[in-house]
Design a binder for this molecule. Structure first.
Ligand SMILES: NC(=O)c1ccc[n+]([C@@H]2O[C@H](COP(=O)([O-])OP(=O)(O)OC[C@H]3O[C@@H](n4cnc5c(N)ncnc54)[C@H](O)[C@@H]3O)[C@@H](O)[C@H]2O)c1
Length: 272
């Protein structure tokens, strides 16, 4: 990663922030962005305090295709090349299909799926031109395991997985010099649940408390190391955290049977 130009969206918090710190420690030059400019400034401060990495930071909303296109051009102007893009920005949302409005579901798809599509399409020509490109899309273990009340997030993250795996094969088939990695984190200690939305009438704080106390087991810094190790090993698929491995195995063994167990667990944890 030494000297490589690394682009990270959603770098103002959680996994994105720790990816920025870890990439800087490994010698990368950074293009960081987020909608949250205060969080982004804090990431830039942390990176500056522990490395001499070159860092450019910009406010960027990944749902805005024209803004992402303009941003990709700006990054090329600043650095001349891009080697690694991590489409990390994402949001969570809780609500059953019946409870969620169309707008709620569309918002999750806009950020979690279309944000990834924008970042992928706008940077892909530059990754190919670099001669040694790598694209990382952050999906979730919830692409593999569906959970009641996470239907929009499950759908968006499954879409990211399939989009990313298809692209990887296109790069292989076309002989393009771009590796592609899909990342499936399990529960990671970040602000994701505390920042999440919830359908009308639901209390998002309740779900955040359940997530933070019962499911967020892996530190974001560990997640960042696992992800960048996977990048360095050119892995197609990276699972993050022991829970991700257990869930992946459970769904393979019991592709429909897992659902009854998940409903029972959701009842026990007060999710449904
Ligand atoms: N934390 C987990 O347990 C977990 C598990 C699986 C997958 N993920 C995924 O990891 C990624 C990072 O999440 P995190 O856990 O670090 O959460 P986080 O909330 O700590 O960080 C997400 C960042 O994305 C930014 N963001 C949100 N909407 C944006 C937009 N429209 N444009 C640009 N930036 C935007 C937020 O401002 C925030 O800084 C997300 O894609 C999330 O879905 C997280």
């Amino acid at each position: 990663m030494d000297g490589k130009v690394v682009v990270i969206t959603g770098a103002g918090s959680g996994i994105g922030r720790e990816l920025a710190r870890e990439a800087a420690r490994r010698g990368a030059r950074l293009a960081l962005s987020d909608v949250d400019v205060d969080g982004l400034a804090e990431t830039v401060r942390l990176v500056g305090a522990e490395s001499s990495a070159e860092v450019h930071s910009d406010r960027l909303d990944v749902t805005e295709q024209a803004a992402v296109a303009e941003y990709a051009s700006r990054v090329i102007e600043q650095f001349g090349v891009v080697h690694l893009v991590v489409n990390n920005a994402g949001i969570a949302f809780t609500g059953s299909v019946a409870q969620s409005g169309y707008k709620d579901i569309a918002r999750v798809m806009d950020v979690d799926y279309w944000g990834v599509v924008h970042g992928t399409k706008e940077f892909l020509p530059h990754l190919i031109a670099s001669g040694d490109g790598h694209l990382v899309n952050i999906s979730s273990i919830f692409a593999i395991l569906s959970v009641p009340t996470q239907n929009a997030y499950n759908a968006a993250k499954a879409a990211v997985q399939q989009f990313t795996e298809s692209l990887r094969m296109e790069m292989l088939a076309g002989g393009h010099p771009v590796d592609v990695t899909c990342v499936h984190p399990g529960g990671i200690r970040t602000a994701v649940a505390r920042s999440a939305g919830a359908a009308e009438g639901l209390d998002s704080a309740t779900f955040a408390t359940i997530f933070d106390s019962k499911f967020a087991r892996t530190e974001a810094s560990t997640a960042a190391r696992v992800i960048l190790d996977g990048v360095e090993r050119r892995r197609a698929r990276v699972l993050v955290g022991p829970d991700a491995y257990v869930i992946d195995a459970m769904v393979r063994l019991f592709p429909s049977g897992y659902q009854k167990a998940t409903v029972a667990a959701s009842r026990r944890f007060g999710v449904v």
